[in-house]
Design a protein around this ligand. Structure first.
Ligand code: BTN
Length: 238
């Protein structure tokens, strides 16, 4: 299907814009902004926006034949679609950081924010493309142009990603989740890394294994009482 880009110079947030206006758009129409005044990240953090980034949102409609488990896979699918889309433009060693960030050279290249409103799932993506990160973020974040010294056509990147997202949703619907998961695990940034997960007032640390068939991350955790190592899995919701 043809992908329509609707381009704005400035919005508060492309996600917020779609939350308010999705009824005026079709599934997979893309809202792009050169800049945002109130970009949002996960866990109620701000997303610092600047020109040269790819800043865009689109939505998927609720599907009658999908179960909750299918929707829980969407963040992973959005991450993989982003990596595939980027690879089509510049073939670098992108890594997928569960639940849905993209890393390059151990630094954050892209963040994804998924939100549900009414009967639509909004996917918001911010990628450092032609922008130069401020010094304060230098050790944490990277842009494509900082990695390669080239400039990129943002519209092309955006179209590639939304196209890949559509394909992956079709594949999921056609029972190809196992293939998708294999591809995701090949680029799993957290694999074999020691991490700490915090939820509520519990903190668990351990070494990451793979992402399992439910889209959960599996962590080898040492139990305090006996030092025994157990596998625990954590869902995106947690
Ligand atoms: C994160 O890193 O936690 C997610 C960041 C998501 C940023 C994008 S930019 C386009 C869309 N609009 C927003 O306000 N946020 C997302």
């Amino acid at each position: 299907k043809n992908i329509n880009l609707y381009k704005f110079n400035e919005l508060d947030s492309t996600n917020d814009y779609l939350e308010r206006n999705h009824k005026n758009y079709e599934e997979f129409d893309v809202i792009c902004a050169k800049n945002q005044t109130h970009g949002r990240a996960r866990r109620r953090n701000d997303w610092i926006s600047m020109e040269g980034m790819a800043i865009f949102s689109f939505f998927l409609k609720e599907r009658e034949n999908w179960k909750i488990e299918d929707y829980l896979k969407l963040p992973l699918i959005a991450g993989l679609a982003t990596i595939r889309g980027l690879k089509g433009i510049e073939n670098l060693e992108y890594k997928f950081k569960w639940t849905n960030d993209i890393y390059l050279e151990n630094k954050k290249l892209c963040g994804i924010l998924m939100e549900k409103i009414d009967d639509v799932y909004i996917v918001g993506i911010g990628i450092n493309v032609n922008n130069i990160l401020p010094g304060t973020l230098k050790n944490k974040a990277i842009s494509l142009t900082q990695a390669t010294n080239k400039k990129y056509e943002i519209d092309e990147i955006v179209k590639n990603i939304v196209f890949e997202f559509q394909i992956l949703c079709e594949n999921l619907e056609n029972g190809l989740w196992e293939d998708i998961l294999t591809e995701i695990n090949e680029i799993n940034y957290l694999k074999n890394k020691e991490i700490e997960l915090k939820f509520g007032n519990e903190a668990v640390s351990g070494v990451v294994r793979d992402i399992n068939e439910n889209g959960e991350i599996e962590v080898l955790v040492k139990q305090d009482e006996n030092g025994k190592i157990v596998i625990r899995s954590f869902s995106i919701g947690e």
